[in-house]
Write a protein that binds this ligand. Structure first.
Ligand SMILES: [Zn+2]
Length: 418
């Protein structure tokens, strides 16, 4: 069976130009004793907005791997796919993130609910879970509520999994199930019930992306209680280790943190928890690289700086439409967005200071950063003109892409093996 390594990093690239710069961050990490597998991911939604094909992600990844002589594992993730959209990713991906958020709360067939509860008599009363200070207390009502909320989603995940398996062959790809794009977080006891059901429906899941408590806004830091997150994350790890043993799930099953880029205030908790327990973790960081492209353009000055301002100005004027698909994962105060006319007079240092994710910098502007995060459609519409600018400013862009992934992400979130 194709297995995902203990530590893996989801890297995304809107325009398929930064795979080498991203891979270089993994190479530099390896030199520092941190072994991580890069996983290039792009969702159906992103492909639709950019107008790209799934094969382009595979091509860019393969080319980077060849160019830099990477001889360790890497993968290509069909991110957030479902039954309707999996087809386009079958030949190019070896990692599938099965998104069943839309099935959460849908009714499951009565017979399936009864059969599940009958198969799992242990989901009642107290359950001791190693690593949890107190046993999980399952009540019949609570379990029934969780089953009503999530069983249909698991059944749907099973359907999508088998659709892929029938076409690609068992064991030839990595399976993730994602439930993050929903309003209510899954508690650790709910996660245990979900994993029991996932085992029942025969899904060889290697990563699961729950919705954690707190806000995971795009491109900016975690908003919520970092200590609460640390407790929840550790409890999830305990539940996963328990489920692996009890339900014979793949031994490398681990958490996947979506919208995981730039969540600096919780990286310490993740690093400490996986180091302490020996668990693995997958962190998806797609959007942060696109922001580094804009920063690299701005840093280059001249045409590049002008291009970064043009992208901002267009995003500013089009902000309602650009923000709509991401409403649940951004918090932008329009009053805090600088007027494009003002930005026009900024130099490289001022523009990069506003956008670079350095919370100690007085000019850092998270509102502007989030708007640009969802504003890649503007660059997509520019077509060749934008891509030419990427080529012209390659040095400053790739330096920022590598540096951001290595120093602000990898070294903070993954423990060193040494
Ligand atoms: Zn996600």
């Amino acid at each position: 069976m194709l297995l995902l390594d203990r530590y893996s990093l989801g890297v995304g690239d809107r325009f398929a130009h930064q795979a080498k710069a991203q891979l270089r961050a993994c190479i530099l990490a390896a030199e520092k004793g941190i072994a991580i597998s890069p996983v290039w991911n792009k969702s159906f939604r992103e492909h639709g907005i950019v107008g790209s094909q799934p094969q382009s992600v595979r091509d860019a990844a393969d080319a980077a791997v060849r160019a830099l002589g990477w001889n360790k594992p890497y993968h290509v993730d069909a991110d957030h796919i479902n039954l309707d959209t999996a087809g386009g990713f079958l030949s190019s991906s070896d990692f599938f993130t099965i998104d069943v958020a839309s099935a959460i709360g849908q009714p499951a067939p009565e017979a399936e609910v009864r059969a599940f509860l009958k198969r799992r008599p242990e989901l009642s009363g107290d359950m001791e879970v190693e690593g949890l200070a107190t046993p999980i207390r399952f009540t019949p009502d609570g379990v029934a509520r969780t089953v009503a909320q999530y069983l249909a989603a698991v059944i749907q995940a099973g359907r999508i999994y088998r659709h892929i398996e029938n076409r690609k062959g068992a064991g030839t790809f990595i399976t993730e199930v994602s439930m993050d794009e929903t309003d209510a977080p899954q508690t650790p006891p709910e996660l245990l019930i979900i994993l029991a059901a996932i085992a029942d429906y025969g899904i060889p899941i290697q990563t699961i992306a729950p919705k954690f408590t707190g806000r995971f806004n795009k491109g900016v830091d975690f908003v919520g209680d970092p200590e609460g997150f640390a407790r929840e994350f550790s409890a999830d790890l305990a539940v996963i280790a328990h489920a692996v043993k009890r339900y014979s799930l793949p031994g490398n099953l681990k958490l996947s943190v979506h919208s995981g880029s730039d969540k600096f205030s919780i990286y310490g908790a993740i690093r400490d928890a996986v180091a302490r327990t020996g668990a693995g973790v997958h962190v998806k960081t797609a959007g942060t690289t696109w922001l580094e492209e804009i920063i690299g353009l701005a840093e280059a000055g001249g045409e590049g700086l002008a291009m970064s301002k043009e992208v901002y100005a267009k995003a500013y004027h089009d902000r309602d439409a650009l923000c709509a698909p991401y409403a649940a994962v951004i918090d932008i105060d329009p009053a805090r967005l600088p007027a494009p006319e003002d930005v026009q007079s900024w130099n490289s240092a001022r523009m990069t200071a506003a956008l670079r994710h350095d919370q100690t910098c007085k000019d850092y502007n998270p509102h502007m950063r989030q708007l640009l995060h969802v504003g890649y459609k503007v660059a997509a519409k520019m077509g060749a003109r934008y891509l030419d600018a990427l080529a012209a400013c390659e040095e400053s862009i790739s330096r920022n892409v590598t540096d951001n992934l290595l120093h602000r992400h990898i070294l903070r979130v993954f423990p060193s093996g040494r």
